[in-house]
Design a protein around this ligand. Structure first.
Ligand code: SF4
Length: 340
């Protein structure tokens, strides 16, 4: 049993089933998420026999070892965590003045095969458990000493392809008795898994939704993102509109700018046509080089032209500030090796 996969209520039920009083679960939950300890020994207000009992039963606190870490000049740090089965997974700390963000992973590898993505080149290995998801921001808060107040599910993997574990992790991370990070400070990014978007629209946790778009017509998107053949643009945008009307929340569309591929005037026109009148925001991302890819980044002028065109059409657009690019931790660059 890994306790980091349990919500506070589930932890209480688990300990009750072992014959322990409910208040013990409050104590243990606080030790894990407030004091962030990694050993039973550290839980000094629990009776020694109880700590030995839980340890002997093999109850795990789910702390992950850091296999490697790389820091860039701006303070971004990429961590490679070791998992119990020998796999590894990456998460990135992105500090700003008032915002301390962790970009976390939801799968080892990814089965979506987006052409511009380093993780996609590896293929799907396995889903992460809720504990393995929760542990990434928790461990990074210990390692950096920072109060993490913003999370983005934009690391390795497609979050909505591991829906139940993701939502369980959100519940645990959101719990005010634990890390207490509000759902509105958590962003889930998807390549466009329509059933997942439909489920998310009906959840009590109002996380932010980001769609990795990267192409504004089906032919281009089929080429860049094979998932588009299963969930093409028309039903995808319909699911987005339904999400907005149910939640009254703005959606972010991410659009990686790739030279000569999706940055032509016709692409801009298609994008404007697709998103006009929607409650949305477009985030243009200068393409980050990945191994074995011939794609190149669009020129600065082209990116600015794209942004200006969208803003002129009343589609609020920003160009993503580049973070982590020097340590291969930028969008689409994570591949679970800790370095490139
Ligand atoms: S961009 Fe996201 S969904 Fe696409 S292959 Fe990479 S990790 Fe998977």
């Amino acid at each position: 049993m890994n306790l980091k996969s349990l919500s506070s209520e589930e932890l209480a039920d688990y300990l009750t089933a072992l014959g322990l009083p409910k208040y013990r679960s409050n104590q243990i939950f606080a030790w894990i998420y407030r004091r962030k300890v990694c050993s039973w020994e550290a839980m000094t207000d629990l009776p020694l026999e109880l700590r030995r009992f839980l340890e002997d039963k093999g109850v795990s606190l789910g702390c992950l070892p850091v296999v490697s870490q790389v820091r860039d000049a701006g303070g971004a740090v990429k961590y490679l965590f070791g998992l119990d089965d020998g796999e590894t997974v990456e998460a990135v700390y992105l500090p700003e003045a008032n915002r301390k963000t962790v970009c976390f992973s939801t799968q080892v590898g990814c089965g979506m095969g987006c052409l511009f993505c380093a993780t996609g080149q590896r293929g799907m290995v396995r889903n992460l458990t809720p504990a393995e998801i929760v542990e990434q921001p928790l461990r990074i808060s210990v390692l950096t000493g920072a109060r993490i107040n913003s999370l983005v599910a934009m690391g390795q993997g497609e979050p909505l392809a591991n829906y139940d574990s993701l939502l369980k992790a959100v519940e645990i991370i959101n719990d005010p008795r634990g890390m207490g990070i509000g759902a509105r400070h958590i962003t889930v990014s998807t390549c466009g898994i329509i059933p997942g978007i439909e489920r998310l629209a009906r959840e009590k946790y109002q996380v932010n939704l980001a769609i990795s778009l990267h192409g504004a017509d089906d032919q281009l998107r089929d080429y860049l993102m094979p998932i588009n053949r299963k969930y093409p643009l028309e039903p995808l945008l319909e699911a987005c509109r339904d999400y907005i009307s149910r939640t009254n929340r703005r959606i972010t569309f991410e659009y990686t700018m790739i030279d000569g591929i999706n940055d032509r005037p016709s692409d801009l026109a298609n994008l404007i046509k697709l998103l006009s009148g929607m409650l949305c925001h477009v985030n243009l991302i200068p393409f980050n080089p990945v191994p074995n890819s011939e794609f190149r980044r669009s020129g600065k002028e082209r990116i600015q032209k794209f942004a200006a065109g969208l803003n002129r059409a009343h589609i609020k657009t920003t160009v993503r500030k580049e973070r982590g690019g020097t340590l291969a931790a930028a969008c689409g660059q994570l591949q679970g090796k800790g370095s490139l």
